[in-house]
Every structure is written in structure tokens, then in C-alpha cells.
Design a protein around this ligand. Sequence first.
Ligand code: URA
Length: 437
Amino acid sequence: MTESFDAPTVIRTKRDGGVLSDEAIDWVIDAYTHGRVADAQMSALLMAIFLRGMTGAEITRWTAAMIDSGERLDFTNLRSMDGTRLALVDKHSTGGVGDKITIPLVPVIMACGGAVPQAAGRGLGHTGGTLDKLESIPGFTGELTKAQIRQQLCDLGAAIFAAGELAPADRKIYALRDVTATTESLPLIASSIMSKKIAEGTRALVLDCKVGSGAFLATEAESRELARTMVDLGAEHGLTTRALLTDMEVPLGRTVGNAVEVAESLEVLEGGGPDDVVELTLALAREMLDAAGLDAIDPAQTLRDGTAMDRFRALVEAQGGDVAALRAEALPLGEHSETLTAPRGGTMGDIDAMAVGLAVWRLGAGRSMPGEQVQFGAGLRIHRRPGEPVAAGEPLFTLYSDTPQRFGAALAQLDGAWSVGDEAPVARPLIIDRIGM
Ligand code: URA
């Protein structure tokens, strides 16, 4: 086959600050998806994009090429068991630490009459992935066929699945970014998220754009620009898209990792759980229900009356998970643990979300090689959240891993990432702004 472009020329163009033509973008995405551009070449191009950025027109074309790399699901004519049209709506986060929100949120939307076709991701950089977390439930699989996704949407109102043949270019690029330090790039994040979400067949989308030390982008201005870019990409493809900017200076909730985050999500589904996790779940639920034209049921009620928990059990069962394991004691927990205690009494200060994310990654919750198996039991428990009182010697963090050799690096990562002082840290709003309504 005679190629219309060659990878070194495309890489050189971006490396030197040039703009990639539509044809060059279409070619490189197609050639990489089909193995005619090597991982090493795509890694170099991703680093050039990371360093040089992309114009709006390049992002639009790169996203369209990623969508065209695979199938596009279409559920427009699908009906639920009672014959009504499905109110298709989804949510996606730009990546955070302790961000387990999808796990309680999807069943809340199911209980309120929505249908969620969620193409979910695995861990990326210092952030955890919904699929890695859910697969810590024994038997649970995110590898669903199209027929299973359709069936679950009609029968239950949700499916959470690996993108598979949807935007396969993203699957390959996502895995490469994870191990080449090229995750923190606005064009690469926007195109990764929106290609999957446009291909998955949802009709409405709510984005949770993180702001703060645990977010991929360093400043609030960049997170705003990311949100605006994604909302515009959605609109260009006929998808009702809106975004919340939310705080990610400190980890969400009291757990960070895989199974530990599932256990905390169960607390939320039982009507308890940390305030910030509940607040964000309900704020996103209200946006999703509004975007889908469904606002008859109060989402908070579904957590109080157990209907969201019932839906979660049904979803887990449909995807092969063992519902008997939906108890904190039955979920995997690292065989070894280390606890950090307070050196003095006082008030817990801010906890650096990025440092915690990296510590948990070092404990084995994420990957440093493509395709590596994560430890389901790896994670961290936060005993004192910012602003809570603590006495000298009381536990602040417990770290879990199956590999004791990992504790040294994880503990080093936490050095300087927290403090105990005399004053409570300045409180910040969890929901910073809404974009795109
Ligand atoms: N989620 C994604 O799917 N992709 C990113 O790049 C970041 C978060």
C-alpha cells in the first residue's frame, strides 16, 4: 500500500510548532489504529502535541478522526420494557483522585428513569478508572457485546462498558498516554473524552471538569477552556453537552484506590457516605436529569429509599458481578498496610490530591506498563479530612498494597502533602461553575 503521508513528517510538523492538515490528521489516526504507524511514532507525536498544543480546528478534526476509527452506537429507537423511549444521558469526568462518582451516580439515574450507556475508562496517570474499580467486584466485567449493551439499556437502564470497538484509536492512544507522560494535554483530553462519548450513542452528556492539584490541567483557566472545548465539540455533533467545574484540590471522600472506592460508594448507596461524594453525585444527577428532560423524581430520595442500591445490584448482576460481595468486608483489600499518624494534635489541613493519587498509583492501583494488571486491593484510607480535629498519635492515612516493597515510594510521595495545624484550611465550594447551559 502506498501511504499518502509518513509519520516522521507529521511528527516534525507538530514538533516545530506547525498546524496539521485535515488529511494528515485523518491519515495518522487511521494508520495508527491499523498498525501502520508504530507506538514509538505515535508517542513522539503525542509528546509534540503535549508541548505545542493544537488549534481549535485541529482538535475538531482529531476528534472526528477518532470517532471514525470505529463504530458509532445508535440507540435512538430503543424502548424500555414499558414501551417508552429511553432518556439517554451520560456523565464523564476529566479525571480526579478518589473520584468514584460514576458508581453511585449511574444507579441514581436508573432509579430516576434515565438510561446510561456509559463507555468507561481504566486508570490514567495518577487518576483511577471506573472499570478498574468496578472489576474489583468479583466476576464483574466491562467487556460487553453490543447486544448486551442494548439489552441492559432496555431491561435495566444502564450499561458500563469498555469502549471496545468505539473510538479504538482512543483505546490505543489512551494506553500510550498513560505510560508516556502525555496525559495532561487539553487537546488530548478533550478528543479522548468526546470521541468515546459521541460514539457511545448518548443523547445528552454532563461533564465533570476538575479544577485543582489533582486535575490534569494546572489552572482553573485551563480547566474552563477544556470544559468549553468539550461543550462545543458536543454541540458540533448534535449532543446536548454541559459541564460542571468542580474542586479537585483535595481527594473526594475518604478512600482512594480500586475496591476501597467501591466500598465507599456502597455507603453512599445505603444513604450515608462522605458529604462531598453525596453532594457531587446529586449535583451531577440533577444536571443529567435536567439535560435528559427528566426531573420528576428527587435523586436524593433514591439514595434514602434504597431504590438506587437495588438498581446497582441489578447492574452488577447483569455484568457478571457477585452481588454477595457487595459488602466492604467481602471486597479485596491489600494484604499489607501502613498507617501514618498525627505528629501533634490540631486540625487537619488540606491534603494534596495529586500526591495522594501518585501514592496510590505507586501502591499498585494503576499501571506503569501498558496492559499491566492493577491490584484491586491497593488503596488509601483518609481518616481525617481537611478541617477535622485530630489528637497526637491518631491515624491520618492507612495505605494498602499486596506488595510491601511499594510502601516506601508511596510514603515518600505523601511527604509534605498534608499538615496538621492550629487553624482549619480555607473552605472552597465543591461546585465552582456551570458551563454550557
Ligand atoms: N478521561 C478520558 O476518557 N480521557 C482523558 O484523557 C481523561 C479522562
